[in-house]
Design a protein around this ligand. Structure first.
Ligand code: GLU
Length: 290
């Protein structure tokens, strides 16, 4: 029995690349009494909307994807919307500060914004500040983010079901922000807290998250909790070998729906990207794919 999850951000229309990730989670969740969770990662308050969340649920259902637990269904690990779990993240961030694995960072808001945009690394300036002094500054009202302290000179290893052994040098990872100055958690942190608390044991997602996984593994270790298994899926590409985007034509599930594609055809097509059956069979029933 495994617990899987699909964790989209409701910031736009569902892309066929996301649908493929959802589909693999779904197929695996339909056997061995496995369970699939739909978790809405709506911590980006400016870009996330309820309308996108509703569209997402409609498009997934149209495509034949269903789940056992989610914001529309409830479940024993509710709430399933990250915006409704803020106290939990604060509590876990506090644990990391108390254990010396996280620190307050006073580098300006501009830095926070540019890091988010360019993904450039952080210099580590506030890493060595005395924590008692930092707490006093925060209590006086100074704005601060919370950063995770990436341990130096470590080899981060994790097993990936697709890629087998994956290894990262911790010195190449800069300290990620885990809680923004607004108090809102950042992806690499909320995802670890939730995958842990929702008892997820297999994380299937796109390989664009591979370097995030290295950071997340270090956060799991710092929290002293179990690390799930990972499966990073290759990206869906256009004919020119670049990541599928609007330039290539239709990319959102709703466009395929509008253009008259049958959901069974889209499901079958996406399920077969990246591999082929030995006998060159190209049409499978849902049961066969499961
Ligand atoms: N919200 C993230 C995304 O949509 C989830 C990634 C993950 O599955 O961890 O990319």
């Amino acid at each position: 029995m495994s617990r899987l999850r699909f964790a989209p951000s409701p910031t736009g229309l569902v892309h066929v690349g996301n649908l493929r990730t959802a589909l693999y989670n779904y197929l695996l969740s339909q056997k061995d009494e496995n369970t699939m969770v739909l978790r809405i990662e709506d911590t980006d308050e400016e870009r996330s909307t309820r309308a996108f969340e509703e569209g997402l649920i409609t498009d997934l259902k149209w495509a034949g994807i269903d789940w056992h637990e989610g914001p529309d269904k409830g479940g024993q690990y509710a709430p399933y919307r990250q915006s409704e779990r803020k106290e939990t993240y604060t509590e876990y961030a506090q644990k990391l500060i108390n254990s010396g694995n996280a620190y307050y960072c006073f580098c300006s808001k501009d830095m926070e914004d540019s890091e988010n945009k360019d993904k450039t690394g952080y210099s580590g300036k506030c890493r060595t500040l005395d924590i008692k002094e930092s707490i006093a500054r925060v209590n006086k009202g100074e704005e601060a983010t919370i950063r995770f302290k990436i341990p130096e000179n470590q080899t981060v290893r994790f097993k990936d079901i697709v890629r087998k052994k994956v290894v990262f040098d911790s010195n190449l990872l800069s300290d990620p922000i885990i809680v923004r100055s607004s108090g809102i958690p950042a992806y690499n942190f909320s995802v670890v807290v939730d995958d842990h608390l929702m008892a997820i044991d297999i994380v299937i997602r796109g390989e664009d998250h591979l370097s995030n996984t290295a950071r997340q593994v270090l956060i799991y270790i710092a929290l002293g909790v179990n690390i799930p298994k990972f499966a990073h899926l290759s990206m869906v590409m256009g004919a020119d070998n670049t990541k599928l985007s609007k330039r290539h034509g239709s990319v959102s599930v709703s466009e395929f729906k509008k253009n008259g594609y049958l959901s069974e055809a889209l499901f079958n097509y996406l399920a077969l990207l990246g591999w082929s059956a030995k006998n060159n069979k190209e049409v499978f029933t849902r049961e066969e794919l499961i």
